[in-house]
Structure formats: C-alpha cells, structure tokens
Write a protein that binds this ligand. Structure first.
Ligand code: UDP
Ligand code: MG
Length: 325
C-alpha cells in the first residue's frame, strides 16, 4: 500500500486560546497514523497565521521548536479564512501527497482523519467531511445555512451539502486547483468543479472549545454573497426578468388609467402613482446594485492582485524518525 506524506493545514486567526491544544491533538492523530503505517514520515501540521493580532504566531513558532510535526507560515496581514486556507494548500502541496484542511478550533471531528487517509489510499482524490447534523449550531445559523444551500442549488452551483472546509485533497487535485486563478475564492464551490473521484465521510461537529467564532454575521453574509455572485450570473437574469414583469404590469395599469380618464371618470389617485414610482425606483436600484456587484468582481479579477502574501515560512520539520511520545 502506498503511504502518503500528509499535511494538515490549519488556518488561524487570533487563535491563541486553542492553538496549543489543537497542536497536541493533531500531533496525536499523526503519531497514531504513523504507527499504523497509514502515512509516511514527513507528514506534518501546517499552521497558517492569517495576520493575527494576538500571540498566535509566537505560539506557532514555540510549538514548532519543540514539536517536530509542527510547521507554519505567516501571512503579512489578515486575508480571510479562504485565502489563508489557499495559502496553506499551495505551500503544503509542494512537499505532500495529500493535504487535509481543518479549522483551528477543532469543531470538526479529528478522529475521521484516519478515514480520510484510508479513502485516499482507496484511490479517492477528494474526501469531503460532511456534518451529520447541525445540533451544535444556533437555530439562526442552521436556518440561514439551509437557505444558502438551497439557494445555491437553485442557481446550479454544485455544493456538497453540510460540508465546510474540512476535506482531504490529493496532490493532483491541488495542482488543478492552482489553475483556478480567480481572486474571489469560494473553495466549497471550486473544489467540486475540479472533478476527480470523490467521496464523503460523515462526522458530528462539536462546539468551539475555546475562543469566539471569527465569523460574525457580517462576515458570514459577505461570504454567502461572494459565494453566490462568484459562481452564478442567475441573479442578474432574475433582475431582468422582474424588471420586465414590472414593466408589463405597470404598462397594463397605465392603459387602464388612460381608459378610465378618457371615459371621463374620476382621476386615479396620487397613491397609485407614488407606489409605482417607488416600486420601479426600487427595482432599478436593485438592478444597478447587482450589476455593480458583478462589475466590481470583474474589476477585482482583472487587477490580478496576489491572493495572499506569505511573510515567513518556518523551516519544514525534519521528521526522520518517530518522535518519542
Ligand atoms: N479564520 C482565518 N481568518 C479569518 C477568520 C477566520 O484564518 O479572517 C480561521 C479561524 O481561525 C478558524 C477558521 O478560519 O480556524 C474558521 O473560523 P471560525 O471557527 O471562527 O468559524 P465558524 O466555525 O464559527 O464558522
Ligand atoms: Mg469554528
């Protein structure tokens, strides 16, 4: 059986509270996999410091000094979860056969990492971690997530239901991902587009064990909006359609008003006039805003700015023997 060199990529933004524990638990996982000869020496954990303002990077450096499995890269500022993840994937793929991405808060069940690796050895290029239920989420997050998936499905964007960014990707899948050079990245939508043999592994998601969610409502909405407009132009079509519909309706109403007037009946009131003015005005503004959103996206893409900047890379750990427990 082929034993892959595995890298676990962990994006971290102000995660000083969880980092030591995360390093410990992931090290445990790697040690067990090594002992069971499921992965090769050289497997490691790569923390990506996404421009944290707390002691995250210091902790990563400290950890890497005493733990041969730990390495890290530091981004020059906060780029956001998706880009931090991409920076990690791009760096890790250079010396790994497969890469697993996972959040720093260990909400995802690390015991399924073993299953990920087994699936890889069975020949799958992409293994999606899928949440069995959403019990640990608030009602609000559950509901909005569900709407989001439904909406994306309607738009024809292929997403893996209840899969966040906990997944394994093979080197060749990552090489392929590198060819997607867009600046607005939404990995959950991009990875299924790669094709290759893929499968799902189910797990239960826990509560964040320390620290706060780095995804407040505002970021979540922005993320969802990016996801939608980066993958589909259907919303623009809908606006055109609604505009057309309202044009027809208002024309009919106009003809009706004209007939009433010609027949000499009382004039139609100010109310209907105002309503239609506001109605059309609103539609126009939505339409312009939406088109603006796409033009803004095009603007960002044509600039071809780097998607992330790596400031520092810790030396890759040299794990030539099994570390003593
Ligand atoms: N994260 C990041 N950059 C950011 C925001 C978040 O690298 O700007 C990381 C964060 O450290 C965590 C992961 O992305 O490892 C997911 O964030 P979080 O757990 O706060 O999100 P939630 O689970 O609440 O959706
Ligand atoms: Mg989390």
């Amino acid at each position: 059986m082929n034993k892959p060199i595995l890298t676990i990529v962990v994006p971290c933004y102000n995660e000083e509270e969880v980092l030591p524990e995360t390093a410990k638990e992931l090290t445990n996982v790697l040690e067990n996999l090594l002992e069971d000869e499921l992965i090769a020496l050289g497997s490691k954990i790569m923390f990506v410091d996404d421009g944290s303002s707390d002691r995250t990077w210091e902790l990563i450096e400290q950890e890497s000094k005493r733990n041969p499995f730990v390495t890290g890269i530091k981004l020059s500022r906060n780029f956001g979860h998706q880009k931090a993840l991409l920076a990690g994937l791009e760096t890790a793929k250079q010396d790994s056969d497969c890469v697993i991405s996972i959040d720093a808060d260990l909400q995802d069940d690390i015991s399924v990492i073993r299953e990920f690796v087994i699936k890889y050895q069975e020949g799958y290029d992409i293994v999606y971690g899928v949440r069995r239920s959403r019990d640990t989420d608030t009602w609000f997050k559950r509901a909005t997530a569900q709407w989001f998936y439904r909406f994306m499905q309607k738009l024809g964007v292929q997403l893996v239901y209840n899969h966040a960014d906990f997944r394994l990707m093979s080197k060749r899948a990552l090489e392929e991902l590198s060819r997607y050079t867009e600046v607005n990245i939404f990995l959950r939508g991009m990875v299924p587009m790669l094709g290759f043999r893929s499968t799902q592994v189910f797990y239960d998601r826990k509560k964040r064990f320390a620290g706060e969610s780095k995804y407040p409502l505002k970021k979540m909405l922005a993320f969802a909006f990016d996801g939608i407009t980066s993958f589909s132009i259907a919303p623009i079509r809908w606006i055109t359609f609604i505009g057309f519909l309202s044009f027809l309706l208002s024309s009919a109403a106009g003809i009706y008003a004209l007939i009433v007037k010609l027949l000499g009946h009382a004039e139609l009131g100010w109310t209907s006039l105002m309503i239609s003015v506001w109605f059309i005005g609103g539609l126009l503004l939505i339409g312009i805003g939406l088109i603006g959103e796409y033009i803004g996206k095009i603007y960002q893409e044509v600039k071809r700015r780097p998607r992330f900047t790596i400031e520092k890379v810790l030396r890759s750990p040299s794990v030539s023997t099994l570390p003593k427990k």
